[in-house]
Design a binder for this molecule. Structure first.
Ligand code: FEO
Length: 171
């Protein structure tokens, strides 16, 4: 069974959103680096890699299903933020937005009785639960230590220890 044209187009749009997510997180990494939050910058670089992985997961799936991947241009990401707190608040908001897109795709797969795509999307649905939890937890931690340089230093060190997102090890 081939992918429907509508599904192929929707996945192509999602590929663009995942690459844009990668680009946005790299922009955040660059901002954090400029503010000397080396650990948080490293955390964002890993997040960038994860997003490339998401895009490629959809890319590979499209090829497996014999659908044509069409790459579109990427939006220019934001360059500046006012604080490390604002960066992670934006990352959390962005993940909530991505979750809504994944859920829309799942709704379409259900509507089209496309079980194979739904199975792929199940992975992404679970992944988004992790993505939201990770970013919102960091927002909470920054809020705890907000006015303490020592606390921020320790948190930055902790963020720098990230090696991969939990749940992605099998990738
Ligand atoms: Fe690809 Fe962070 O969702």
């Amino acid at each position: 069974m081939n992918l429907s044209e509508k599904m192929a187009e929707s996945i192509n749009k999602q590929i663009n959103e995942e690459f844009y997510s990668a680009y946005l997180y790299l922009a955040m990494a660059s901002y954090l680096e400029s503010k000397k939050f080396k650990g948080a910058a490293k955390w964002m670089e890993i997040q960038y890699q994860e997003e490339l992985g998401h895009a490629m997961k959809f890319y590979t799936y499209m090829n497996t299903r014999g659908a044509r991947v069409v790459l579109k241009s990427l939006k220019e990401p934001q360059k500046e933020w006012n604080s490390i707190l604002e960066v992670f608040e934006d990352a959390y908001k962005h993940e909530q937005y991505i979750t809504s897109l994944i859920h829309n795709l799942a709704n379409l797969a259900i509507e089209e009785k496309d079980h194979a795509t739904l199975a792929l999307l199940q992975w992404f649905i679970n992944e988004q639960v992790e993505e939201e939890a990770n970013t919102s937890e960091i927002v909470d931690k920054i809020n705890f230590v907000k006015n303490s340089p020592n606390g921020l230093y320790m948190l930055d060190r902790e963020l720098g220890q990230r090696t991969s997102t939990p749940g992605n090890e099998e990738e």
